[in-house]
Unconditional design. Structure first.
Length: 293
């Protein structure tokens, strides 16, 4: 499409919204750089052959507000890879958290992190999967990480006006204002934000139904042992089940898809026996327990 056609298709609201979004990104970038500078002096020598997991602070009812941090930390536990948490909120090379360091090598993005560790440590929790199961796993992983995730964002930042979990996590008011606006804009451009809340609830129900039917009465997605897709599913479901207390989502899971709730509690019990020490329990005055992870 020619540029003049592109420009003629834009309405003033879209132009203004785009400008404000850019300004929000710049403001958030400034805050990120301040965090990065404040953490540079805290750099410490790390032990050899131990994964250093950089992530944000512990959260009220699940170990992190980031489903990707929960995903990656769950993977490290399932794969029995020694790791050390660094709660510095310091973004990686792609401007996001979580990310890892391993023997001096920095790796961003959870999928790249797991791929890197498979190669470096010769640890593959997917090794028993057939090619067909690997294809199925990838499809479900992409669904939850790149589709269901945006529904969670809508519920957390747009539909839940109380923002209880965010406030209990002691986020700065400036961050909350900027991220709320960014969430509204990003979900609109992604597509899900253009729907009504009722329509989004129906779409989420469809995602839950697909997960529930495939899981059935199995212990994990592909049988008796968890694989990488289970880590991704648990990361997203942990937010939907435990971090959206003032929405319809936890009730929807508990009433219509109890096998997904049982699934989450199974992973919690088997791979997070220290769960209680890894959450703040909604206490504004408490922080992470150093014994966790």
């Amino acid at each position: 499409m020619k540029m003049d056609n592109v420009m003629s298709s834009l309405n003033p609201g879209a132009v203004i919204g785009g400008f404000v979004l850019v300004m929000a990104f710049l403001a958030l970038g400034i805050l990120h750089r301040r965090n990065r500078k404040s953490n540079e002096s805290k750099s410490l020598p790390y032990p050899k052959d131990v994964v250093i997991l950089h992530q944000g602070s512990r959260a009220p009812y699940a170990p992190s507000l980031s489903p990707f941090a929960v995903k990656l930390e769950t993977y490290l536990r399932v794969a029995k890879i020694p790791y050390q948490n660094v709660y510095d909120k310091k973004p990686g090379s792609k401007g996001k958290i979580p990310w890892i360091e391993y023997n001096g090598v920095s790796v961003p993005d959870t999928e790249f992190c797991m791929q890197f560790l498979r190669q470096k440590r010769s640890t593959d929790i997917n090794e028993e999967l057939t090619p067909e199961q690997q294809a199925t796993a990838r499809a479900f992983q992409k669904m939850v990480d790149e589709h269901t995730y945006w529904i969670m964002i809508l519920f957390r930042w747009i539909y839940d006006e109380t923002k209880e979990v965010i406030n209990l996590a002691k986020w700065r008011r400036t961050y909350i204002t900027i991220v709320t606006y960014m969430a509204r804009m990003q979900t609109h451009y992604q597509g899900l934000g253009r729907h009504t809340q009722k329509e989004v609830e129906a779409i989420l129900d469809g995602d839950f139904k697909a997960l529930s039917q495939y899981l059935g009465d199995k212990q994990y997605f592909f049988g008796d042992s968890p694989t990488e897709v289970d880590c991704a599913l648990f990361g997203q479901l942990s937010q939907l089940l435990w971090h959206l207390p003032h929405t319809i989502v936890p009730t929807l899971l508990q009433e219509k898809y109890p096998n997904l709730v049982d699934y989450c509690e199974r992973i919690q019990t088997n791979y997070w026996p220290d769960w209680s020490s890894c959450i703040t329990h909604g206490d504004r005055q408490s922080d992470r327990d150093q014994k966790c992870g």
